[in-house]
Design a protein around this ligand. Structure first.
Ligand code: C5P
Length: 280
């Protein structure tokens, strides 16, 4: 079993639209303790069998299956029959890289089983073909991600903070949200440089003060509960709050575990899944 950790975006900025249809990003990603467990085993016969439950696809559209296909296509290792089992805990369609993290764990497991000499850079390159967040999930920790999301700079670990994550009962389509972005019309940008400084200095208050995500500026009216959740988290004692990735999960940050636990008890968010976790 390999842990497949979720992430939060401490910052997310979109710099420009690229000719290839992707967007040039600048974002600080943080690994959190919340994780799926992924088991990859060689199997007799042929094909890739994936079980992950939670109503998620188990066919070729599952990112773990796509990661395995990409691994065999790119590594030169002859395709083998596989069993992939995922114990799912990370909410899906949340902006927490749940699917990407399962894909990353699958790639790490296949390297260990079949190609231990492959270096991290090669594994991250395969991951980038599976999804923009997969290279980050292979690396983990506190990272500045640029380009499509695949150009990674590992940072000093951010100060340990507690995150109360609220996943409302709706999903936001990532491509549809990107399509709403007009880079020139964005009103405010997260202070990414200030975030990098705060992380470098181990300044928890500075990190907390600089969370921000430009996707919040282009959310359709139908998803205004995101703002209600932010207000509820702040009212419950979070020191700051933001949406992660393209949503729909929202997190509030706390320096003290007791304050985060008290907020979990008191926060009232109809229909939302509420999870207390921490930076790792
Ligand atoms: O790479 P991934 O498959 O995760 O991306 C999903 C979709 O998100 C892309 O098809 C694209 O519409 C959008 N995207 C983007 N710019 C990025 C990453 C993703 O426009 N840097």
């Amino acid at each position: 079993m390999l842990p497949a950790y979720a992430k939060l975006n401490l910052t997310l900025d979109i710099l420009r639209k690229r000719p290839d249809g992707y967007h040039e990003l600048r974002m600080v990603m943080q690994r959190i303790a919340l994780h799926d467990d992924v088991r990859v085993a060689l199997a007799p016969g042929e094909g890739i069998r994936c079980r992950c439950g939670a109503g998620l696809p188990e066919d070729e559209s599952n990112l773990a299956v796509r990661a395995a296909r990409a691994f065999f296509a790119q590594s030169g290792v002859a395709p083998r029959a596989l069993e992939i089992d995922v114990v799912k805990r990370i909410p899906a369609c949340a902006g927490m890289a749940g699917g990407s993290s399962d894909a990353a764990a699958t790639l790490r497991a296949l390297r260990t089983l079949l190609c231990p000499e492959m270096d991290d850079a090669a594994l991250e390159r395969i991951g980038a073909q599976v999804g923009s967040d997969v290279p980050y999930c292979i690396r983990g920790g506190t990272v500045l991600a640029e380009g499509r999301g695949e150009l990674l700079t590992t940072l000093r670990s951010a100060p340990r903070l507690y995150a109360l994550v609220c996943k409302p009962d709706f999903a936001i389509s990532t491509p549809a949200l990107y399509a709403r972005v007009r880079v020139d019309a964005l009103r405010a940008r997260p202070d990414t440089d200030g975030m990098l400084r705060a992380i470098a200095e181990g300044d928890a208050a500075g990190v907390i003060a600089r969370v921000g995500n430009v996707f919040e500026q282009v959310l359709p009216e139908a998803f205004s509960q995101v703002f209600a959740i932010k207000r509820a988290l702040l009212a419950a004692g979070a020191e700051s709050a933001a949406m992660t990735g393209s949503g729909s999960a929202v997190f509030g940050l706390f320096r003290e575990k007791a304050a985060a636990e008290a907020a979990r008890q008191s926060v009232q968010i109809p229909g939302a899944q509420v999870l207390l976790t921490e930076f790792v």
